[in-house]
Design a protein. Structure first.
Length: 257
């Protein structure tokens, strides 16, 4: 269960509650004054603010645009309701149609981003389940695991399977393949790989693990860094074993547990 996880809660989980409270306050204000006022303006500002927050966290401009559209749309509705300026129900519907088309075109990116983020949380949660030592903190260096007894083709197929299921984002650079995942900067933003977490495989089948500072500090406590890296390595080796045995569905079961 997430509430028993060693991971911190994400701020985004509070957004539905904040939206509900805003709507309740707006309805209360309207019942008292007969119009929409400062709370509705603040509601629009909240969407814009949250768009900037999500953009800063993920580096995906899609979240920023969504925040701006929702914020300005709220203000547009406010002006149309109060019949201020050239704004009316017609102009509001035009903006609403623009928002709908935006979601049609960006929906796949949003779903992909959310699935990557969710799977990254599950990966870090599963890795931390057996780690209890708190003797050492974060270090930016990669953790070298050693060589795997498998073929480059099998490792490539494994990476492509995880990439296709939107568990990780696959990157290839020179003689290495990176399976990138992160609870912060989205791998879809084509980031500097040192700013996200990853498991890498070299052409000689050597394996390494890198954990970003942001991801490490999403844990409630400073768990021993090498043990976290080793746990992540063991998790991906277990997933690789499932893949080799043709039991890929067990990977999906573990990540959805």
């Amino acid at each position: 269960m997430e509430n028993f996880s060693k991971l911190k809660w994400t701020p985004g989980w509070y957004v539905p509650l904040i939206i509900f409270l805003f709507l309740f306050a707006i309805a209360f204000e309207a019942s008292l004054t007969g119009t929409l006022g400062i709370i509705a303006w603040a509601f629009g500002a909240f969407f814009i603010f949250w768009g900037f927050i999500d953009y800063y966290r993920t580096r995906l401009v899609t979240y920023l645009i969504i925040g701006l559209l929702f914020g300005t749309g709220t203000w547009h509705a406010l002006l149309a309701f109060n019949r201020v300026g050239p704004f009316s129900l017609i102009t509001y519907l035009v903006q609403l149609v623009a928002v709908i088309f935006f979601f049609i075109f960006t929906g796949p990116i949003l779903r992909h981003s959310l699935r990557l983020n969710r799977n990254a949380r599950q990966i870090f949660r599963l890795a931390a389940d057996g780690v209890h030592d708190k003797s050492e903190g974060f270090t930016p260096r990669p953790f070298n695991v050693g060589k795997l007894e498998t073929s480059p083709d099998e490792l490539e197929g494994f990476g492509r399977f995880l990439n296709g299921k939107q568990i990780i984002q696959l990157f290839s650079q020179k003689d290495k393949t990176f399976l990138a995942f992160s609870m912060g900067i989205s791998p879809l933003s084509n980031p500097d790989l040192q700013k996200v977490s990853y498991v890498s495989f070299s052409k000689d089948q050597s394996m390494a693990v890198h954990v970003s500072g942001y991801d490490y500090h999403r844990y409630r406590e400073e768990l021993t860094f090498d043990q976290i890296c080793e746990a992540l390595a063991n998790l991906f080796m277990r997933f690789l074993h499932y893949y080799q045995e043709g039991k890929e569905s067990r990977i999906l079961v573990e990540l959805s547990s």
